[in-house]
Design a protein around this ligand. Structure first.
Ligand code: FAD
Ligand code: NAP
Length: 430
């Protein structure tokens, strides 16, 4: 029941003179020893202490708080912390209802701790050089309906912390997401399996010191140093199969990210990626992209147009829609490839179509053999107008499109010509 409530203090409590802090040390609360609770500061200097505490309590004039959202409505998040003998909990109050575990990306590296909370098109950052050592792993909990996030750090030693640490760059600020820059952590290659003659399923493991879940429809950037130069390319996480929603995970959830990646022998990045050995590392960024899960709201017909590895964002979109959207009546995928050998997860797609009557798949080949007796050619008005039939005249539709840039651009033009509105189309681009 308490999880449902905001447990905390009044916002306009007068600041305590520092001398009385010790009164709160070792205070017993429901069997836990809460040391350094409310009156203790995040920061380690007196001036910082007062500033931080006033800011934390919403007592600074609005203009002094970095809050670009203030003018537009939602107010700036705030945070607090408390400790027990063994744990330090950082609590972030986002004051938003649509916060979930995907919204928080947290990393502990050396003595610094960074937590980015994505709120609409903004990021709220906690960025601290911790005052004491912590264990590598930590946990994140979200109370969704009140937008409260709790990050529970494990102390290395059971000593009482006088302060949480020192602020680092952009600490306690709400900044436009586009200005946050890419933050990377090193992920280990766990496995690599052939899927087609040139496409492989890569499994990467996040470090224990990271909390990161890539939301449906978003991608990440990989970074490798190739002949002395850092090269960055985007890739879209998938699930390990189209049926992973229905089976027990072989590996523990949330620590593993899967990617379907086509290796171009003459490419700059993918041959290097392919040469990585199991156990090697690749740097992976925070999620990026402009797909919004709210686009699925009350959706009835979902049409997916994919060419080659443009299939990758469709994997999670497809699974999410079939699992989570009760209004959904129909999902159709039109998958363009050169040859039959190029089709990624063909038998899984056919099995899914057999298993779930709402789902249908059509393969279109641009360089088919003479035996191919299904659709052939390129994206065209004829193919699209036959494919994009609403289940009801009034159905709410979403069309997702992804593939080589000229394919996507041509597809978008054709969709506009067929009178689909902007809100009914989502194109996946960088
Ligand atoms: P590149 O060096 O870019 O070359 C690719 C091919 O083009 C090679 O055959 C090369 O010989 C040829 N080429 C390069 N330059 C020229 C030129 N000037 N003229 C003619 N030919 C040329 N890919 C995936 O496999 N899986 C994914 O999940 C995925 N997700 C993506 C998400 C986003 C948002 C975007 C934008 C792209 C995504 N991609 C994905 C593509 C990926 O980012 C890379 O572009 C791809 O892996 C190729 O990288 P590369 O450096 O190996 O090849
Ligand atoms: P590919 O095998 O070269 O092409 C797939 C199919 O698309 C083929 O049938 C191809 O026909 C056709 N096609 C190519 N260009 C076309 C055009 N201009 N008009 C109509 N049809 C066209 O594809 P790929 O090598 O897998 O490349 C996939 C692309 O998707 C990459 O460019 C990648 O960057 C992009 N991608 C983007 C995202 C994202 O989120 N933005 C995610 C994943 C992948 P022909 O070869 O016979 O011409």
């Amino acid at each position: 029941m308490l999880k449902e409530c905001l447990v905390g203090r009044m916002a306009v409590k007068p600041a305590f003179p520092k001398v009385i802090h010790s009164r709160f040390q070792n205070e017993k609360c429901h069997g836990h020893t809460f040391v350094s609770h409310l009156p203790f500061s995040l920061l380690c200097t007196d001036a910082d202490y007062h500033e931080e505490k006033r800011l934390l309590n919403g007592m600074l004039p609005k203009s002094q708080v970095t809050d670009p959202l203030a003018k537009e409505g939602p107010s700036s998040p705030s945070y607090d912390w408390f400790q027990t003998d063994a744990l330090v909990t950082i609590v972030i109050y986002t004051k938003q209802k649509d916060i979930n575990l995907d919204s928080v990306i947290a990393d502990h590296r050396d003595d610094s701790f960074r937590a980015e909370t994505v709120i609409k098109d903004y990021s709220y950052l906690i960025h601290i050089a911790l005052s004491h050592e912590i264990q590598e792993d930590f946990s994140v909990r979200v109370v969704e309906n009140v937008g409260k996030i709790e990050i529970v750090l494990k102390k290395k030693e059971n000593t009482s912390w006088k302060c949480l640490g020192h602020p680092l760059e952009n600490h306690n600020s709400l900044i436009p997401k586009k200005d946050t820059g890419l933050y990377y952590r090193k992920c280990q290659l766990i496995s690599k399996e052939d899927v087609t003659h040139d496409t492989k399923l890569f499994c990467l493991m996040l470090p224990p010191s990271t909390h990161l879940q890539v939301p449906t429809g978003l991608h990440v950037y990989f970074k490798l140093t190739i002949t002395g130069t850092e090269i960055v390319k985007p890739y879209t996480p998938v699930s390990d199969s189209l049926f992973s929603e229905f089976k027990e995970p072989v590996l523990p959830n949330n620590k593993y990210i899967y990617f379907l990646i086509k290796i171009y022998p003459a490419g700059l990045f993918t041959p290097e990626l392919d040469h990585l050995q199991i156990g090697d590392y690749v740097s992976v960024s925070n999620p990026e992209g402009n797909f919004k899960i709210s686009q699925f709201q009350d959706l009835e017909d979902l049409f997916l147009l994919a060419a080659g590895t443009g299939f990758t964002p469709m994997v999670k979109v497809l699974s999410y829609a079939l699992t989570n959207i009760p209004s959904l009546r129909k999902v159709k995928l039109m998958f363009f490839n050169k040859t039959e050998d190029d089709i990624i997860w063909r038998s899984q797609l056919e099995k899914l179509a057999f298993k779930d009557k709402r789902f249908d798949v059509e393969f279109v080949l641009s360089v088919p053999t003479s035996e191919w007796n299904s659709k052939r050619g390129y994206i065209s008005p004829a193919l699209l107008s036959e494919f994009l039939k609403r289940s009801l005249d009034t159905s709410k539709v979403l069309i997702c499109i992804c593939g080589p840039m000229p394919f996507t651009e041509q597809g978008m033009k054709l969709l506009h010509d067929l009178n689909f509105s902007k809100d009914e189309i989502h194109s996946f681009t960088a």
